[in-house]
Design a protein around this ligand. Structure first.
Ligand code: AVI
Length: 358
């Protein structure tokens, strides 16, 4: 494996899709470990965005031309439930394809990763893919999910701890796009494995994705690797169907963003005044999702009023689809190279193993 000198695992990372859509200057913030979730008095801070954060981001997006809102605000309790429902829809192929790929290739993937890994997952995961990976790896020493929601972290680690008593659980409650100091495992790890499944990387802008990959590079250091799930380019009709399901669950998921804003920052979006629209841009290799105004209308957020023309859009999500080349180029910009890769039998979804370039 072509690797570089090992580095400190402390790292800085950008804020995800901030108000200016630029990668912001990295900032240090408090480390929050949840290394023993059985204690009542956890030394842990819940970093759910505050109302002020949400209001600031929403206002910045709505004054922008064209208007946008950040997809990171999709995932309140209802949004997370709706996303789970999306993963079971007949049209939404990514989740079941990634799971089938893992079922078929995990022994090879585990061999490429090697024994005694400290597994660091970005997000707490729904559990299924995490379980499959931890089961397949040879004697992993520790598992560190990095998750902003304390309740999601507690639920996932509570379950995993019972199933994998031999793996040290070292959860960290934090935003993985920002600076996180990783806890040390009691047993010495042979390498750090960053696990980032689900093609969540596709929801970041290219600049943000590169910044996130750069932070991953620091986290994995000289001997480590990152295993990343990527949705691959394919027949545009299949991709568009996955984001425009017949049952309308994705539309509910998108519109829930407005429900959340109304509840949390007191805006007055009329839910009947906007429709979900998702279009595949084959040149850019991505789905762009919008909320589209159905008429001339005004929306109030605090003291501010935002006017919408009929058919005016709010951009709410990117979902990038990759080729081998486009993903390798993105990784290279972050100083990483693809050392191994696996696709499902139709090459709809891929897993890529990355290591630092020298
Ligand atoms: C979480 N993420 C990878 C999903 C995706 O496919 O981009 C979110 C999603 N949005 C609409 N459907 C699913």
């Amino acid at each position: 494996m072509n690797t570089c000198f090992d580095q400190d695992s402390r790292h800085l990372a950008p804020a995800h899709q901030g108000s200016s859509r630029q990668v912001s200057t990295a900032e240090r913030f408090a480390k929050v470990y949840a290394s023993d979730l059985s204690q009542d008095d956890l030394d842990l801070t819940d970093l759910h965005p505050t109302r002020a954060d949400i209001a600031r981001d929403a206002l910045a997006g709505l004054v922008h031309s064209p208007k946008y809102l950040s997809s990171k605000y999709f995932y309140d309790a209802r949004g997370s439930q709706l996303f789970e429902a999306i993963t079971r829809l007949p049209e939404y192929y990514p989740t079941r394809t990634e799971i089938a790929l893992m079922e078929a290739r995990l022994p090879e993937i585990a061999k490429a990763i090697g024994r005694y890994a400290h597994v660091v997952e970005y997000g707490s995961g729904s559990g299924r893919k995490t379980r499959m990976l931890l089961d397949a790896l040879a004697d992993p020493v520790a598992y560190t999910p990095i998750e902003i929601s304390r309740s999601a972290l507690q639920a996932s680690v509570g379950r995993l701890r019972a199933e994998f008593p031999h793996i040290q659980m070292l959860p960290v409650c934090a935003d993985f796009t920002r600076s996180v100091e990783l806890p040390h495992s009691t047993r010495t790890a042979a390498r750090t494995l960053v696990y980032f499944p689900g093609s969540t990387i596709g929801n970041f802008t290219a600049d943000e994705a590169v910044a996130l990959l750069r932070e991953m590079r620091v986290t994995i250091g000289q001997r480590g690797v990152a295993l990343i799930g990527i949705d691959l380019q394919k027949d545009p009709a299949l991709i568009e169907a996955a984001y425009n399901d017949a049952a309308g669950v994705t539309a509910q998921f998108t519109l829930n963003l407005l429900t959340r804003l109304n509840r949390e920052i007191g805006s007055d979006f009329d839910l009947d005044g906007f429709r979900h629209r998702a279009r595949y841009d084959a040149n850019a290799g991505r789905i762009d999702t919008y909320l589209v105004s159905q008429r001339q209308q005004s929306v109030h957020v605090g003291q501010s009023t935002f006017d919408f023309a009929p058919d005016e859009t709010i951009h709410v999500e990117y979902s990038h689809k990759y080729t081998d080349t486009s993903f390798a180029e993105l990784a290279a910009l972050a100083g990483l190279h693809v050392i191994d890769g696996w696709n499902d039998s139709r090459s709809w979804f891929g897993l890529r193993l990355l290591a630092a370039r020298c």
